[in-house]
Design a protein around this ligand. Structure first.
Ligand SMILES: [Zn+2]
Length: 371
């Protein structure tokens, strides 16, 4: 049964997070065949000096970072960016719980991207403008999704080339391609990332949402559009890099939100065909709702699409820097500030973008044996 496999996976996930230098122990709570930890335990492990849980609002803070969540929901904000948790938050007495899967596959890669295994320096960016040919995608009175997506991709290509990346595109004109063909194309490249660009449609919606491939056993949190989504519990080729998928998606999503003023519909998880079988880290961006009158009109402006393209290019660069960050400290003893374990969050660039300057680091120093 699925529950048994999940439990085994959760244990493996916790083993993954537990670093040799970590003194804090996880106290795993089991509920309904799923494993959880308390937010207090999370705060301790990631060295957030402030933790509070009042009126259903959970808050973890340090001078540079923050996690905020609402008890009983699937919404969590990390450094101000919205994520859907893989499983709903749990409760034990007055304490809120977060699943160990969420800790291992969401919190960990976002807070400590430089520790994700198998990260590679990005050389090539594969851009995938959604739809094309007879498949127009969604549309409004000003244009079609396929045309807007292509325009964003072409502009992002220029900026990425200028930043020194190679860029490959699944289509550079109004050509139709299947979702399988797009994935096959992406798989020709190594040291690469994949960005699929779409616009949304749906009732009562506006804002931007970004998708990473759902980890094995995790339900989809797809919103409006559906791109061959499957609810299967089978592992997919793309699941080999769950951590990198989330890191890329978070970096791109944060970059978009810091440059485009719109609703944050969150980093989500789905099994879109185009993400399932790619062997490089991938993200699918829904850059706004064409059928929402004000947003649809904005998407039709060259300025909005330029901002999106810039955000995509910078998101890739932020991801590249964060997952490949290496400390200068080598040798058998590492002198580290007490904030060091998450000093290079994937969302750092969003924080740096804020008006308030970051507080200078003046924490106490501890010495630990090399990892
Ligand atoms: Zn689409």
């Amino acid at each position: 049964m699925i529950s048994g496999r999940l439990t085994a996976l959760a244990v493996a996930v916790m083993a993954l997070i537990g670093g040799a230098a970590m003194a804090v122990e996880w106290q795993v709570v089991r509920q309904q065949n799923r494993e959880y930890v308390t937010f207090a335990n999370l705060a301790e492990f990631y060295q957030f000096p402030e933790y509070s849980h009042a009126n259903r609002t959970i808050s973890l803070r340090s001078d540079r970072r923050g996690i905020r969540a609402q008890a009983g929901t699937s919404d969590i904000y990390i450094n101000g960016v919205r994520f859907f948790t893989l499983f709903p938050l749990g409760m034990q007495g007055n304490e809120s719980l977060i699943s160990t899967m969420d800790v291992g596959k969401l919190i960990e890669p976002v807070l400590r991207p430089s520790r994700i295994p198998n990260a590679q320096k990005v050389e090539t960016v594969v851009l995938d403008p959604g739809h094309g040919g007879t498949d127009h995608g969604t549309a409004n009175r000003w244009g079609t999704e396929k045309a807007f997506a292509l325009d964003v991709a072409l502009t992002a290509r220029e900026q990425l080339l200028r930043a020194g990346y190679k860029v490959e595109m699944t289509r550079t004109d109004d050509t139709g391609l299947s979702l399988e063909e797009r994935a096959e194309f992406a798989n020709r490249f190594t040291n690469a990332v994949f960005l699929s660009i779409h616009f949304n449609a749906g009732t009562g919606g506006a804002g931007v949402e970004s998708y990473a491939l759902a980890p094995e056993g995790v339900p989809s949190s797809a919103g409006g559009e559906h791109h061959g989504a499957a609810a299967d519990a089978e592992p997919n080729a793309g699941n080999l890099q769950d951590g990198l998928n989330v890191a890329l998606t978070a970096a791109v999503h944060a970059s978009v939100l810091s440059r485009v003023s719109t609703f944050d519909r969150g980093v989500r998880h789905a099994r879109f065909k185009v993400l399932r079988n790619i062997q490089i880290p991938g993200v699918l961006l829904e850059g706004g709702f064409l059928n929402d009158p004000p947003e649809g009109q904005r998407i039709a402006t060259a300025q909005y699409r330029q901002q999106l393209a810039t955000a995509l290019a910078l998101g890739v660069q932020n991801y590249d820097a964060a997952v490949n960050y290496r400390s200068n400290n080598t040798g058998f003893a590492i002198v580290r500030a007490n904030l060091a374990p998450h000093a290079q969050s994937i969302l750092e660039p969003l924080q740096a973008h804020a008006a308030e300057p970051l507080a200078p680091q003046k924490p106490s120093i501890s010495i630990s044996a090399g990892e």
